[in-house]
Design a protein. Structure first.
Length: 289
């Protein structure tokens, strides 16, 4: 390697390291294949890390609040996949804190096995991983309460299952980035002919691409209303710029105990309006009348 190439590599490596958060383990990012063995990063990995870091900025203040007075925060990460979020949360917050636990829940056994092996190699002793669907986690042998529930791109109904888990475990916070919702869109398609004759608003989902997008929008509105009806204060924002991800909606819910009856009424009204109450009401905590 000539001196010019070596200098260029060192400059590139220094630029990458400058992008990392203080205290971030380079070894962890290499194990997650976000960094190469030479501590370099391609554009795809940079986008992925940017998303996780941006989400961390929302979660860190919640964890700091939870960790007051010596409390050991308990976090459940649903639909964990390769557990990028869980590992980075542990590395940046739980490890220096010296207490608390991260529980990753993922149905793909091979990903759970790899995460367990990686946690063991890195000495992340207060991380554990469960091989199960999110929907089954409520019945698992887990603590009665969790402080915070996260779900980053948990596909389709897994976000709703994470909300079910958070409600059952009396979570103080839920941080959700929904992904790939299909159930409501399917319901809109089933009722399309009737709705087109009944209301001009059905033009909003007459075309297939609009049906999909409308279904995704309605799904997240219903989720927010359900959380508000269950005693949560809800904030909705974008996770990162649209150039980085099309699945970009971030829902942050804080438990206040103030259940909004109007939210429950509007939730039922929307389901009724779109002809979805019978098929999807129970998923959003609404039983058919």
């Amino acid at each position: 390697m000539n001196k010019r190439h070596h200098s260029s590599m060192e400059d590139a490596r220094a630029a990458v390291l400058a992008e990392l958060r203080p205290g971030q383990s380079v070894a962890l990012l290499q194990e997650l294949h976000i960094l190469t063995r030479d501590a370099l990063m391609n554009q795809d990995s940079r986008r992925k890390l940017k998303q996780v870091y941006h989400l961390y900025q929302f979660i860190e203040p919640l964890l700091q609040e939870l960790a007051q007075d010596g409390h050991a925060p308990l976090l459940a990460d649903h639909g964990a996949g390769k557990s990028y979020l869980g590992f980075i949360l542990y590395d940046l917050f739980f490890k220096p804190l010296g207490r608390g636990e991260v529980v990753g829940i993922e149905w793909r056994a091979d990903l759970v096995r790899r995460s367990r092996e990686l946690a063991a190699r890195l000495g992340f002793e207060r991380m554990r991983f469960l091989d199960m669907a999110v929907a089954d986690a409520v019945q698992a042998d887990l603590p009665e309460r969790f402080d915070i529930v996260t779900a980053l791109h948990a596909c389709d109904t897994a976000t709703d299952d994470a909300i079910d888990f958070g409600l059952a475990k009396e979570a103080r916070f839920m941080v959700l980035v929904p992904c790939c919702q299909a159930e409501v869109a399917a319901g809109l398609r089933r009722n399309k002919a009737l709705n087109l004759s009944r209301t001009p608003l059905a033009e909003l989902w007459r075309h297939p691409i609009h049906t999909r997008e409308m279904g995704s929008q309605i799904t997240n509105v219903l989720r927010c209303l359900r959380l508000e009806a269950s005693g949560y204060q809800v904030t909705v924002t974008e996770l990162v710029g649209w150039e980085h991800s099309l699945k970009n909606e971030l829902i942050v819910a804080r438990y206040t105990g103030q259940k909004r009856r109007s939210a429950g009424e509007r939730l039922r009204a929307i389901l009724d309006e779109f002809g979805l109450t019978s098929a999807l009401g129970p998923r959003f905590g609404v039983e058919p009348a």
